[in-house]
Design a protein around this ligand. Structure first.
Ligand SMILES: N[C@@H](CCC(=O)N[C@@H](CS)C(=O)NCC(=O)O)C(=O)O
Length: 211
């Protein structure tokens, strides 16, 4: 049996479909519709105790039997370990991947995610302060990424799981109200990423039920 991916059509879900496609790993998708509360189904919570997508079950884990993994950063590292791809062996190179992966997990995800939340509020008073704060922080993170990508082709030198993590969120730049033209190095990197057949397949795989 192949890897079972539990996900929905969101940045954190897309990180993993992109990584699986780029790594050439066979997988089956189980849509967990978070708009319908399916992240709280007891069977899903057994593999994802935080009630969040994504999660995977690998029937051929490191000990020979099945293993489940939740938290997208942990899943990316797990897949990198499993395949030896996009996850360098060299300890110095690996530190750079970890740095940019954690940058995404701790900042470039939580912050634009708050922009998505506040932008959807109907009440102008509730919306104003949240948008001001989280858009400023999101833009600061884009400036950091722009500086990095001005000197490096990819975040950690060579293409890595850190790029898959970050592209999942950059994919939603319009929703968090960022014009990539203001960050030309990010725009160059984003276009390079989206032109990759594996990345395109990762964004195209259906993560919603039809209808
Ligand atoms: N730190 C987690 C965050 C996962 C996360 O926030 N997932 C969202 C979708 S992108 C979710 O499942 N939301 C369901 C909810 O808010 O109830 C990860 O990176 O895996």
């Amino acid at each position: 049996m192949s890897i079972q991916l539990y996900a929905f059509d969101t940045p954190n879900g897309r990180k993993i479909s992109v990584a699986l496609e780029e790594m050439g790993l066979p997988y089956a998708v189980h849509v967990v519709d978070i708009t319908k509360g399916e992240q709280h189904d007891p069977a899903f919570v057994k593999i994802s105790p935080g009630h969040r997508i994504p999660a995977i079950v690998d029937p051929e884990g490191p000990a020979g039997g099945p293993i489940s993994v939740f938290e997208s950063g942990a899943i990316l590292i797990y897949l990198g370990e499993k395949t030896g791809q996009f996850w360098p062996r060299d300890p110095v190179a690996r530190v750079q991947v970890l740095e940019w992966l954690m940058f995404q997990m701790g900042g470039f995800g939580p912050m634009p995610g708050q922009v998505h939340h506040f932008a959807a509020l109907a009440d102008e008073t509730d919306r104003r302060y949240g948008l001001q704060r989280y858009m400023a922080e999101t833009r600061r993170l884009y400036a950091v990424m722009n500086e990095r990508l001005g000197a490096h082709e990819f975040f950690a030198g060579g293409l890595s799981i850190a790029d898959f993590a970050i592209v999942g969120w950059a994919w939603r730049h319009e929703r968090h109200r960022v014009d990539l033209a203001e960050y030309p190095h990010v725009q160059r990197w984003y276009r390079t990423m989206m032109a990759r057949p594996g990345v395109a397949r990762g964004f195209a795989v259906p993560l919603r039920r039809p209808g």
